[in-house]
Write a new protein. Structure first.
Length: 379
């Protein structure tokens, strides 16, 4: 390229993305805005939110998110600065990261011709693969379930061990880790675990079963080695024009970007889960408030009805007393007893008086139904 390669620190890139839109910065460099955005995410650089630049256009200053100081990841990145007359050749995010890894002279991306201070996982794998009584499956030997996921022919054991030892050291040099869990070899990038495996490819042949008419499939080692992300949509690197030992930058870049994508997916899911939980909490809280409000209103309505009924009862008592005395139809002692009884019932029913009544103390005044009377006497 005719463009100049420029190294930006994390702080430099932070100031750039808050000084002008990320699309404008990408046009000045040999990168897409999506690729530049991914670099910012990987370097822990916060980006302006939706509407930030439109507010700037109208002279409104939006809030600027501070650059987190507690960050231990990538601190620098290189970008190709495009000259004015240069046609932009946009690199994909994986190619950008691959170039960055290739240009990092500290990283161990060259495979040695012998094991030097091998990782403990590699030592265990060597012991397992070179055991004399190791079972062969179609001519391939494999490690135990609690060891590295390697399956190769006898001739390729050394090459497999050298590859995996370099790979483990490279992973750790990038601040990641590798482990064996539940029978799988897992690369751990941040909190994301990616299952990987190292295999020798097999060739399938149909062999005629003499003197019978049918054929059986037989498999033979090909000497072609492959490294694969162990899942249904996993990417695979294998020997071809370029041996897999020379593809470490590509492999590592793909793993790191996959981990970044999965982490973003997990974070988005977690955010969505919290939103759902908050909505459910608000819904339940609203229902509880509504039920409480309805209960309070029903209690108010019940008290109002009881008070109105008590007033009606007292008015009726007064009218009954007036008519009973004037008519002479009721004896004075009978009238007096009834009036006393009726007034006590009005006081008992009136919510402001709540007089006592021995016989009706278990009666619900709102429904005028005895509370659990049958159950009480049955027990």
């Amino acid at each position: 390229m005719s463009g100049n390669s420029i190294t930006y620190t994390r702080e430099d890139l932070y100031e750039m993305v808050w000084a002008e839109p990320i699309t404008a910065i990408a046009k000045k460099h040999n990168i897409s805005d999506v690729g530049l955005r991914k670099i910012c995410v990987r370097m822990g650089i916060p980006l302006p939110g939706n509407g930030y630049w439109s507010k700037q256009k109208w002279g409104k200053q939006g809030p600027k998110t501070a650059l987190p100081s507690n960050f231990s990841g990538q601190k620098e990145t290189k970008l190709e600065f495009r000259l004015d007359n240069e046609v932009v050749k946009v690199l994909s995010p994986v190619k950008m990261l691959q170039k960055e890894i290739e240009n990092n002279k500290v990283l161990p991306i060259v495979v040695s011709d012998k094991l030097i201070n091998p990782d403990l996982l590699v030592l265990k794998a060597r012991e397992s693969l070179t055991a004399k009584d190791r079972y062969r499956d179609h001519g391939l030997v494999s490690c135990r379930s609690d060891e590295l996921s390697i399956k190769v022919s006898q001739e390729n054991i050394k090459r497999a061990l050298l590859f995996m030892d370099t790979f483990i050291k490279l992973i750790k040099a990038r601040g990641h880790d590798i482990c064996v869990k539940y029978g799988d070899t897992r690369v751990v990038i941040k909190t994301i675990e990616i299952k990987v495996k190292f295999r020798e490819k097999l060739r399938r042949e149909m062999v005629q079963q003499v003197p019978y008419s049918w054929s059986n499939a037989k498999y033979y080692p090909t000497g072609v080695l492959s490294f694969k992300i162990d899942r249904y949509d996993g990417k695979e690197w294998k020997d071809g024009q370029t041996r897999i030992e020379d593809r470490f930058p590509e492999i590592l870049a793909s793993l790191e970007l996959r981990a970044e994508e999965e982490l973003e997916w997990h974070l988005a899911n977690e955010k969505a889960r919290k939103v759902r939980e908050e909505r459910e909490r608000q819904r339940k809280e609203l229902i509880e408030q509504q039920d409480t409000e309805l209960g309070n209103f029903q209690a108010l309505l019940g008290m109002t009805n009881r008070y109105n009924q008590a007033c009606l009862i007292r008015n009726y008592i007064a009218m009954f007393e007036k008519r009973g005395v004037g008519s002479g139809l009721i004896e004075n002692d009978q009238l007096s007893a009834w009036l006393d009884w009726a007034r006590k019932k009005a006081d008992w029913y009136d919510p402001f008086v709540n007089g006592d009544d021995a016989l009706l103390q278990e009666l619900d005044k709102d429904t005028l139904v005895f509370k659990d009377r049958e159950q009480k006497y049955r027990s």
